[in-house]
Design a protein around this ligand. Structure first.
Ligand SMILES: *Cc1c(COP(=O)(O)O)cnc(C)c1O
Length: 238
């Protein structure tokens, strides 16, 4: 681990903090109204824990195997661990007692399994519904038009609690172009909120990544998930 990497992470962390504050203020909110989650796939635990020592409070992993292999070493006394990747039903039991939030629920089957496994541990798992806001064939997430149907089918599952929505919009050549997807998400978020459905609270709107977290906050995001802007480009070969 080089000094250079640590000093880069520190520099990036401060810069991101500053931009989050700025975007929050532009929308009449405060820095503390926005949750900064670091997407930590491929990142060494030493580097993740260094970011936590700087003040980072939320980390998110994408892959079950990677999360498990790093799990004992994260500084979880000082940060909350979440799952943000595509989750296969048969892997739910491996992580359900280890994460504070599962952001990527997009089917009744997955929600049912999370509830079932949570029951075994005597816990209630907080989840977000992942919306395929760009209606892309290749993406996970539920279609925007089916969100209400999903909510209706999972709202009575005893051991899950729906806390909000998450999305990964299509790859655009400029962050501004993503604003229309972020605005669409925010509209759905507000619409569901207004319906006051039992066991469904709209506390968290998780959207915006390295390229577009600023725009996402302007469109109403209160959680951003930033990876490469904090840790540098990912090396998937390691
Ligand atoms: C990797 C990842 C991110 C962060 O992506 P960057 O562009 O590196 O900031 C955010 N959300 C999810 C679900 C991811 O997998």
């Amino acid at each position: 681990m080089t000094e250079k990497l640590f000093s880069d992470v520190e520099y990036n962390y401060k810069l991101i903090e500053q931009r989050i504050s700025e975007a929050a203020e532009k929308t009449g909110r405060k820095r503390d109204d926005i949750t900064f989650l670091a997407a930590t796939k491929t990142v060494d635990v030493e580097v993740i824990n260094y970011a936590i020592s700087l003040g980072l409070k939320y980390i998110g992993e994408n892959r079950v195997q990677e999360l498990l292999s790093k799990y004992e070493r994260y500084d979880l006394d000082n940060a909350s661990l979440q799952f943000i990747g595509h989750l296969q039903t048969n892997k739910v039991r491996q992580i359900v007692d280890k994460v504070d939030l599962i952001q990527s629920v997009d089917s009744v089957k997955l929600a049912k399994e999370i509830s079932k496994q949570s029951e075994k541990h005597g816990i209630t798992s907080d989840i977000l519904i992942e919306v395929n806001i760009g209606d892309e064939d290749s993406k996970s997430g539920i279609d925007a038009s089916s969100v209400y149907e999903l909510i209706d089918e999972i709202k009575d599952f005893p051991n899950i609690s729906v806390k909000g929505l998450m999305c990964i919009p299509p790859i655009c050549d400029s962050p501004q172009k993503n604003s229309k997807f972020f605005d669409k998400m925010n509209n759905i978020f507000i619409d569901i909120s207004a319906k006051n459905i039992d066991n469904i609270s709209m506390d968290i709107l998780s959207m915006g990544m390295s390229a577009d977290y600023y725009e996402a906050i302007l469109s109403g995001a209160n959680m951003v998930r930033v990876g490469s802007s904090l840790f540098g480009a990912r090396d998937y070969q390691r």
